[in-house]
Design a protein around this ligand. Structure first.
Ligand code: PEP
Ligand code: MG
Length: 326
């Protein structure tokens, strides 16, 4: 079945009534670009760079990072790529940073953009490497776990400092690549209208958005039944982010697991999303779902779901509708 669907990789992801949806791939390693391209991804919507840091004994140098990004950009041959800055907590950097410390709640701790802002020694080589790599293709830079406007302003200032340093040294770089944020903390979703003025795009990280909205540890198997992307609170936040992006005319995508799940892809389409990024192996199935439904039916489905009071009702509705559609 996967093979049959994979053969349709060249077909556009267009609904029966002509709405085009951009399907992009999520990657962790350069080698995964091939899978994205062969399965028809129009670009890479999430390149998780923390793997460069986790697979080495010491943090990768600017040069090593530049080479890694350049390889991915080259193999994309002009297609867009969203590169996410380091999305790790102090817990994971412990082995090579004496300053790192144990935290009682790493998911609520010094991580992601917080670490980027606090530790310029760690982040400067990455920001410089990203600006240099941005001169090689359609590169967009994304900051994870943003909660406040102040954080993104400070991150942009750091990017500006990195650019000034490169300019002073006469190194080739692009100074004004698109800059976006992951919306994956409820606080960011709630102020999305303000955030939209500061950035070029949003990417909704539903894995963390579900975790933080419902206060359910995404890694705790004992709570798996409580971890529900269909929860009305999560859906309201997503709807709010999509509206804020539309009002400002900036791009918004979903790069969390919800976007790659056929069940939720229908709902997200109905909520107005036109751009989903997912692990490459999920592209064929999601493409099939998009090609099998009407956009106005998806919108009606979303309206129905948004009026429901429990995750269980929403999930049952989506399952019923998916069975009818396939
Ligand atoms: C997310 O949180 O939804 C996401 C895409 O990022 P990660 O899974 O890497 O936290
Ligand atoms: Mg996340």
């Amino acid at each position: 079945r996967f093979q049959v669907l994979s053969r349709q990789a060249g077909l556009p992801a267009v609904t029966l009534d002509g709405t085009r949806v951009e399907l992009w791939g999520n990657i962790e390693f350069a080698a995964e670009v091939d899978a994205c391209l062969s399965l028809g991804a129009a670009g890479v919507g999430l390149y998780r760079t923390e793997f460069l840091f986790l697979t080495a004994e010491s943090p990768p140098t600017e040069e090593q990072q530049y080479e890694a990004y350049a390889a991915v950009i080259r193999s994309l041959q002009g297609r867009p790529i969203v590169i996410r800055t380091l999305d790790l907590g102090a817990d994971k950097l412990e082995r090579y940073r004496a300053s790192a410390h144990r935290e009682a709640n790493p998911f609520l701790g010094l991580r992601s953009i917080r670490l980027t802002l606090r530790d310029p020694e760690l982040s400067r080589p990455q920001l410089r490497a990203l600006l240099r790599a941005a001169a090689l293709g359609d590169v967009r830079i994304m900051f994870p776990l943003v909660s406040t406007i102040t954080e993104i302003r400070r991150a942009r200032a750091l990017l500006g400092e990195a650019a000034a340093g490169l300019a002073a040294e006469g190194v080739a770089f692009r100074g004004d690549p698109p800059v976006g944020v992951m919306v994956e903390v409820p606080a960011a979703a709630l102020v999305a209208d303000h955030l939209a003025k500061e950035v070029d795009f949003f990417s909704i990280g539903t894995n963390d958005l579900v975790q933080y909205t419902l206060a359910v540890d995404r890694t705790n198997e004992a709570l798996a039944d409580l971890y529900s992307p269909a929860d009305p609170a999560v859906l309201r936040l997503i709807e709010r982010v999509v509206r804020a992006a539309a009002a400002r005319g900036i791009d918004v995508s979903v790069c969390g697991a919800m976007g790659g799940d056929p069940l939720y892809a229908m709902l997200l389409l109905g909520l107005g999303l036109r751009h989903l990024s997912m692990p490459p192996h999920q592209l064929p199935e999601v493409r099939r779902v998009i090609r099998g439904i009407r956009d106005d039916d998806a919108a009606a489905l979303a309206a129905e779901a948004m009026a429901m009071e429990t995750a269980a009702e929403v999930a049952a509705l989506l399952e019923r509708r998916l069975r009818e559609a396939l």
